[in-house]
Write a protein that binds this ligand. Sequence first.
Ligand SMILES: Cc1cn([C@H]2C[C@H](O)[C@@H](COP(=O)(O)OP(=O)(O)OP(=O)(O)O)O2)c(=O)[nH]c1=O
Length: 189
Amino acid sequence: MQLVLASSSPRRKQLLRMLGLPFDILVSDVDESFDDNLSPSEIVQQLAHKKAYAVWQQVSDACVIGADTIVVCEGDVLGKPASEQDAFRMLKRLSGKTHEVWTGVAICTTNTCVTFAEKTDVTFWPLSDEDIWAYIATKEPLDKAGAYGIQQRGALFVQKIDGDYFSVVGLPIAKLARELKKFGFCPFR
Ligand SMILES: Cc1cn([C@H]2C[C@H](O)[C@@H](COP(=O)(O)OP(=O)(O)OP(=O)(O)O)O2)c(=O)[nH]c1=O
């Protein structure tokens, strides 16, 4: 069966490559709004499912993977910043605190759709306004949930992490590999 990644994220593509399995990339535009009453775990699984299912409908006989990542700080969901000012507001909130990064994954095949969510706690050092603006000037925050990339310069803000690093980057690859085995996809083979 063909393996398909339903994502435009270069990070997810790179992480899925770790499995050593061939896959295609197909992306479908989905509405990423969500119901405020849902828990973070439900939000990311629902959005991951939307992304995977939209692509699965186009290809049918394939195993389609979708994912979604959000940052949750003091109960508030932070997606991607809408502007540089918004990025500043988000990073200012994350400064000196521990926040949660949630990534949901959906695997859709002919008979079933499986979803799961991973939570990673990330603690930031206190950040000065100057540091935040200098970081925003690199443009790195703009396409990332919570306005930072732990895999790039955002690493300099991180004091501590508890959970799966790769889930913060956008795909909990070890958990995904274990799930894919159930569908007959064995890494490195
Ligand atoms: C917190 C954090 C997020 N991110 C990224 C992961 C996701 O790509 C992005 C969150 O947006 P998503 O909507 O999850 O994903 P996306 O729009 O980039 O890609 P697609 O929907 O096509 O799969 O933030 C990092 O790269 N590093 C980090 O440290």
